[in-house]
Design a protein around this ligand. Structure first.
Ligand code: KG4
Ligand code: ZN
Length: 344
């Protein structure tokens, strides 16, 4: 069964055709990074206008790359939230028109559910129940995943998301936007124990996250660092990048270990843009193997925002008969606990 998946929740316009909730026959992403880079972050108004321009061509290309026509599609899955309202509306109304004209089911999807289920696009699969860390520019949460559609949030960030921390760190270090991949590259040349950055919320019982204190510590450090003469600097920018990255990763890995101990699951899934980070994958794998759990993560193009993961989630909604009404609206905030009954 072929499902067309559409995501326009933030700054990427994406569409994909997925067979049987498992096999991505195509996955087209139109990135808006170049448009937003001069502003140092996503400008919502510009994002929605750009989605409007690109949604048609992106969907057409997804169908063409899959060797499929609209007549072959048995459902249109689309992100209804969380995300930027103007951006979400473009994808949702495009999907509504397709569903209406073709008389096929419209499937409303929670973007975070998409990230969690992106792992099902890969060969090697986790076993239910598993623990998932969704870690992106907008979210840092740990979920207990009992089954398709059954998620319980175990932890979340009380302030910044981990990707946001990477992006803000790159900005104050003058490395541009978005920052995660640039910091990872620079960190490879540096030493992670050069600067002792704090490990926020590592002590105490909570497995929630907080990254804004770490960001402040970095800003204060950079102020001191930049006044010491260039030539006499013993600590290089790459050392700072490596130390900052290590602080974020150590917190993420430690909290995941706690989650595995609490739930006794045997599989852990990483999802979202920050899950592209190889150091994070390595550290988490080492940390959870001591608890008898294995690590699963999708390829990079399924970690960052993509239509394929939305098609996977939509496929499972369709199997459960949870078709959305054409009157369904977007939601800027959309906790995954509110999933049941809210997508029809
Ligand atoms: O999932 P995503 O594409 O969009 C959101 O839903 O936010 O994630 C984008 C985030 C950005 O904050 C970016 O800096 C971060 O993922 N990111 C990384 C890496 N690649 C992307 N963070 C750390 N290391 C990376 N290699
Ligand atoms: Zn995302």
């Amino acid at each position: 069964m072929l499902i067309l998946g559409i995501d326009s929740s933030c700054d990427d316009t994406s569409a994909a055709v997925v067979a049987d909730g498992r096999h991505a026959l195509s996955n087209v992403v139109h990135s808006q990074v170049r448009l937003h880079r001069p502003h140092g972050g996503v400008v919502p108004e510009l994002a929605s206008r750009e989605h409007l321009k690109n949604i048609g061509p992106v969907v057409r290309e997804a169908l063409k790359n899959a060797g499929a026509g609209l007549k072959d599609i048995e459902g249109v899955a689309v992100t209804v939230g969380p995300g930027l309202i103007g951006s979400l509306l473009v994808g949702l109304y495009y999907a509504k028109s397709l569903a209406y004209c073709r008389e096929i089911p419209l499937l409303g999807v929670n973007h975070l559910e998409g990230h969690i289920l992106s792992i099902f696009l890969e060969e090697r699969l986790p076993e239910f129940p598993f623990v998932a860390l969704t870690v992106s520019g907008g979210h840092t949460s740990i979920y207990m995943v009992e089954d398709y559609g059954r998620y319980r949030r175990m932890a979340h960030t009380v302030d910044d998301a981990a990707g946001e921390a990477f992006d803000k760190a790159a900005k104050v270090m003058g490395l541009g936007y978005p920052g995660g991949a640039v910091i990872e590259r620079l960190a490879e040349e540096g030493s992670s124990d050069s600067v002792k950055f704090p490990r926020p919320m590592l002590s105490g019982g909570s497995i929630d996250f907080s990254f804004s204190g770490l960001k402040t510590a970095l800003i204060l450090y950079l102020k001191k660092w930049s006044v010491s003469g260039c030539d006499s600097r013993e600590v290089r920018l790459s050392d700072i990048a490596a130390s900052f990255q290590e602080a974020v990763i150590e917190v993420l890995a430690n909290k995941l270990v706690s989650a595995v101990r609490m739930t006794k699951v045997r599989s852990v899934v990483l999802a979202g843009g920050v899950a592209c980070n190889k150091r994070l994958r390595g550290r988490v794998e080492d940390a959870i193997s001591g608890e008898g759990a294995g690590l699963f993560y999708p390829r990079a193009s399924f970690c960052t925002d993509n239509g394929a993961m939305i098609a996977v989630a939509g496929y499972h909604r369709l199997l459960k008969g949870q078709k959305a009404d054409l009157g369904i609206d977007v939601k800027s905030r959309f906790p995954i606990d509110e999933l049941e009954g809210s997508l029809t």
